[in-house]
Design a protein. Structure first.
Ligand code: PEP
Length: 246
């Protein structure tokens, strides 16, 4: 049987607890009792809504994840959240190295690797994000930028069971622009060569109307979805595209 496509919703800093609970419950009801789903849904709410979301997903096949974690397991780090705390709330996954963290919080690839390592130590699956800037792509540097980010962001504890790579070209995030199928095919093949069996997601303006094409490109093991994951119906339409054409 083909591995399940991973469909990850990154809710970023949106909504309040009631919205999270409602969306999670709606999705849980939509997949309940359906055998042989071709996808695994993963919801990554803002930190304050993780507990309510995990609670709403109790007994469901849908998993919960955090959007970031600190590289240490405890200590004097005001405002930060340890991986073990996310695990404690019922998370299975955590996103690390999202481009918005790299850009707004100056996170380096070496820090991202330390965060992924902390996630592994806490028993979480790390979704490690990489992606080139528009200027880097225009300068013909996309391949070398991604190769460098992969080299420094994947810790030595990473395995195909505890880590996922998300390729998210920065210029495609929240812009409505998606990478061409050829560019995705090329970059995912490059990442496969460097990351071995680790699942590889594509992210960047994925929506219901383009998901089927993207999800059927070789070496695309799923998608990381921002804006379109905020509506349960649209997110579900993306997930259902995993099974189209089979
Ligand atoms: C993201 O935030 O990881 C993302 C891919 O956002 P969007 O789908 O809105 O481009």
């Amino acid at each position: 049987m083909a591995p399940l496509k991973l469909i990850v919703g990154n809710w970023k800093m949106n909504g309040l607890t009631a919205d999270s609970r409602e969306r999670a419950e709606k999705l849980a009801v939509a997949v309940k009792g359906r055998g042989n789903l071709p996808f695994q849904l993963i919801l990554c709410p803002p930190a304050t809504m993780v507990a309510a979301t995990a609670e709403a997903l109790r007994g469901s096949v849908i998993k919960c994840g955090g959007q970031d974690c600190h590289e240490q397991s405890c200590g004097a780090f005001t405002g930060d959240i340890a991986a073990v705390m996310l695990k404690d709330l019922g998370c299975t996954y955590v996103i690390v190295g999202h481009s918005e963290r790299r850009q707004h919080h100056r996170e380096t690839s070496l820090q991202v690797a330390a965060k992924a390592k902390a996630a592994h130590a806490a028993g979480l699956i790390a979704i490690i994000c990489v992606g080139e800037l528009d200027s880097e792509r225009s300068a013909g540097q996309a391949d070398s930028v991604i190769a460098g980010q992969l080299k420094d962001s994947i810790p030595d504890t990473a395995t195909a069971e505890n880590s996922v790579i998300a390729y998210e070209p920065v210029w495609a995030i929240g812009t409505g622009k998606t990478a061409s199928s050829e560019d995705i095919r090329h970059m995912h093949a490059l990442i496969r060569g460097k990351a071995g069996k680790l699942p590889i997601l594509y992210g960047g303006s994925v929506k219901g109307s383009n998901a089927a094409e993207i999800l059927h490109i070789p070496n695309v093991d799923g998608v990381l979805v921002g804006g379109a994951s905020l509506k349960a119906e649209e997110f579900l339409a993306i997930a259902e595209a995993s099974g189209e054409g089979k």
